[in-house]
Design a binder for this molecule. Structure first.
Ligand code: ZN
Length: 102
């Protein structure tokens, strides 16, 4: 994806992260595959800084676990992240009802 266009959709990607990480812990490579299903092509070099900044801003919390002899970093949505996700849902709903009007 064109970096400028990708930047435009960054908010969608962040909301998507909050959604999945509120259901179960997620890790980078799994999420890259998940985004592919939704039509987003994003590299680890783009995704990881997003995850790090969301953790720094306390939307996500991470922990590490050894999987198949390798350290894997999992992220889950914090209370702050869940609150923000709920606010985003309301805004998305409102936006959809406006822009999808016939
Ligand atoms: Zn998804």
């Amino acid at each position: 994806m064109d970096p400028v266009v990708r930047n435009f959709f960054l908010g969608f990607i962040k909301i998507h992260i909050l959604h999945h990480a509120s259901r179960e812990p997620i890790y980078g490579l799994w999420f890259i595959e998940e985004l592919k299903k939704h039509g987003y092509d994003i590299s680890p070099g783009t995704l990881y800084p997003i995850l790090h900044s969301m953790e720094r801003d306390k939307f996500l919390q991470s922990y590490q676990e050894v999987v198949d002899g390798k350290m894997r970093k999992y992220y889950k949505t914090t209370q702050r992240g869940k609150k923000t996700l709920n606010e985003a849902k309301d805004k998305i709903q409102e936006l959809i009802s406006e822009i999808m009007e016939a």
